[in-house]
Design a protein around this ligand. Structure first.
Ligand code: PAF
Length: 283
């Protein structure tokens, strides 16, 4: 595995790879690698002969008061994990290399970004869309793999890569979970022991509400409220949202139409961290 920090050098290598015989896959990360990231690499490996991983804690997607400074950065450990997962190139630029003096451009996508995480974290999705666009231009992959855990981010990336005619296929990888159902996340380390024990209720509540819809409940609002109630009553976590969206349009959905797919999105606040999770169901 070759580690590269200079965007121009990565882009030059990527340009050669792109015209070679093998497909190129990219997995974008902010480091603090865990099973979830490694599952993305595995999926990229199945699709592509060459796998590039990007590792960049992107300042522009963190809002004021968020955890940019304290975000874990175990670089040597990440490098070793990437190598053993079979990554060919690790692209790990410094913030100044990605956002040099004079940088003025933002990629912004309306609609999808206006609710849920977008509403609670102003500017977050502009930061994500901008850095993902840059990283796609630098690594020039045929396929890019993103986790379903960040469902709104995935919907955004699908949207702007389509809108901007970017020549890349976006693939979704299923959420990796701990044995008790908690979605694996770099931020789970911020949970206290007690919070960690309670956190699996999020998954149980999502499955319960989704089960209601699969069993014929047509009020998505009622089913989502039931998930929210289950979580708040048994954990004491603050509920940011529990809501169904249409799987195709990502628009909030109140009434289920039989045969259509919906995704239940949930975000909660524990003491030092927000947790998000989601699942898709068919009415
Ligand atoms: O999902 C993430 O880790 C980040 O949002 C991403 C896609 C690497 C962009 O910084």
């Amino acid at each position: 595995m070759q580690t590269i920090t200079d965007p121009a050098e990565m882009q030059a290598i990527a340009g050669k790879l792109r015209t070679g015989r093998q497909l190129v896959g990219v997995v974008m990360t902010m480091g603090a690698l865990h099973e979830g990231h490694l599952s993305l690499v595995k999926l990229a490996r199945q699709q592509a002969g060459t796998v590039i991983m990007t590792l960049f804690v992107n300042p522009s997607q963190f809002g004021e008061g968020e955890d940019f400074q304290r975000y874990p950065r175990p670089f040597e450990k990440d490098e070793a994990l990437a190598r053993s997962a079979g990554v060919d190139y690790l692209f790990a630029p410094a913030p100044e290399a990605m956002y040099p003096e004079g940088f003025r451009t933002t990629v912004s996508c309306r609609g999808i970004t206006e609710r849920f995480e977008g509403e609670l974290r102003p500017g977050h999705f502009d930061g994500v869309a901008t850095v993902v666009s840059k990283l796609l231009n630098i690594t020039r992959p045929h396929v890019a793999v993103f986790g379903e855990k960040d469902a709104q981010q995935l919907a955004l990336i699908r949207r702007f890569t389509r809108d901007l005619q970017m020549d890349v296929e976006i693939l979704a990888a299923p959420t990796v979970r701990e044995e008790d159902g908690l979605a694996v996340s770099s931020r789970n380390i911020y949970l206290s022991g007690e919070e960690r024990q309670k956190a699996p209720v999020i998954r149980r509540a999502i499955l319960h509400a989704g089960g209601m819809v699969e069993a014929g409940e047509r009020s998505l609002t009622a089913a989502a409220a039931e998930a929210g109630r289950m979580i708040t009553e048994s954990t004491g976590f603050g509920l940011d949202y529990a809501a169904f969206v249409d799987e195709e349009t990502f628009e909030p959905a109140e009434k289920a139409v039989e045969g259509r797919e919906y995704r239940l999105l949930v975000a909660v606040r524990a003491t030092g961290v927000r947790l998000i999770d989601n699942e898709k169901f068919r009415a």
